[in-house]
Design a protein around this ligand. Structure first.
Ligand code: MRU
Length: 335
């Protein structure tokens, strides 16, 4: 499996090659690859690698090994619903299969490839719905990275912005840098640069300033998990951005495929929130010196919950979901 090493961007575009399921799980944990749909698709190929390398001589033994591989991959990062969704989908196909063990290996690879191919289609459909919300001349505040790097191709919120740009609408993006890992400054800016879409990077704390001044007409971000009531779990900082948008009466939209919707959660506060190493917060240097005292402690929740009442809508591949989210999300997820 070859992945772009997102930790190296924007300085260099490098690929890493992985050939063991343990390496795939570690690549997800260390954020070589990140973004909810991208880690789902990657985990699918992790299962394909586990199947290809297995020496199991019976179907039952191979399923047992795939279950262990799925548990390893699932444990890599807890918050994005797409990770467990992808694993569950492929395991379901594998468990239902009645042929011999060699064919099962091929089937797992095919299922992983199908899932990745479908992600592109899903994203393009979602991008068209998202683009219909964007007007010519809009400035959009965007959080984290939700582009092609975060999916198999195209992306979620950034996909909608890209679609609007390709439709000939003039768009300008204010890119939240997205502390602490700077997915906005490093990855979103890199993608926008390549796409030729005008942008400026702002620090996360500046968003309220621009919203209040009337310099942004939309706020758009992705989602890692969406609860049944429409609460959106997304990159840390999304909640404050949505609050500021509401105060300035600027519509905030989450853009995410239905594979991100977790109807088993009544509300966002039930979602597992990943706490990452505080060194991600403390590691920043100014002029070559640590920005915080040597013994400083820090907290590092990687995601927060934006209550559904702060959202103007949720854009999915099946259309735009408006409030009341509980009824409309259930209907949309069911197709
Ligand atoms: O910690 P990350 O970089 O994996 O978090 C990613 C995000 O929060 C994205 O905004 C999210 O996955 C939704 S869009 C693909």
């Amino acid at each position: 499996l070859k992945l772009i090493d997102q930790r190296r961007l924007p300085a260099s575009l490098e690929l890493v090659s992985l050939s063991e399921v343990k390496e795939v799980s570690e690549a997800i944990r260390q954020m070589v690859v990140r973004g909810a749909p991208a880690i789902g698709a990657t985990a699918g190929f992790g299962l394909a690698i586990a199947a290809a390398q297995s020496e199991a001589s019976t179907r039952e033994k191979l399923i047992g090994e795939l279950d262990s591989a799925a548990a390893l991959l699932r444990a890599a990062r807890p918050t994005a619903a797409n990770l467990e969704w992808a694993l569950e989908r492929i395991m379901h196909i594998a468990r239902d299969f009645r042929g011999d063990v060699a064919d099962l290996r091929g089937l797992v690879l095919k299922a992983a490839q199908d899932l990745a191919d479908q992600d592109v289609e899903t994203n393009q459909r979602m991008a068209r719905f998202g683009a219909s919300l964007i007007e010519d001349g809009d400035t959009i505040i965007h959080h984290c990275n939700t582009g092609a790097l975060a999916a198999v191709d195209w992306g979620t919120a950034l996909g909608a912005i890209r679609m609007a740009h390709e439709q000939g609408k003039r768009v300008h993006v204010l890119v939240d840098e997205t502390r602490p890992r700077l997915q906005g400054a490093r990855l979103t800016a890199w993608e926008l640069e390549r796409l030729g879409i005008p942008y400026e990077i702002i620090t996360d704390g500046m968003a309220g300033y621009f919203l209040r001044k009337g310099e942004a007409q939309k706020v758009m971000f992705g989602a890692d998990r969406i609860a049944a009531n429409g609460d959106v779990v997304n990159k840390i900082g999304t909640y404050m951005l949505a609050l500021a948008a509401r105060e300035s009466r600027v519509p905030a939209y989450a853009v995410a495929p239905t594979s991100t919707v977790d109807l088993s959660l009544a509300q966002g506060s039930e979602a597992p929130i990943e706490e990452r190493d505080p060194s991600e917060v403390l590691g920043i240097q100014i002029a070559g010196e640590a920005a915080a005292p040597l013994r400083a402690r820090a907290r590092n929740p990687a995601f927060d919950v934006t209550p559904h009442r702060l959202l103007a809508g949720i854009v999915t591949e099946k259309g735009l979901v408006r409030p009341p989210f509980r009824e409309n999300l259930a209907r949309t997820s069911a197709g």
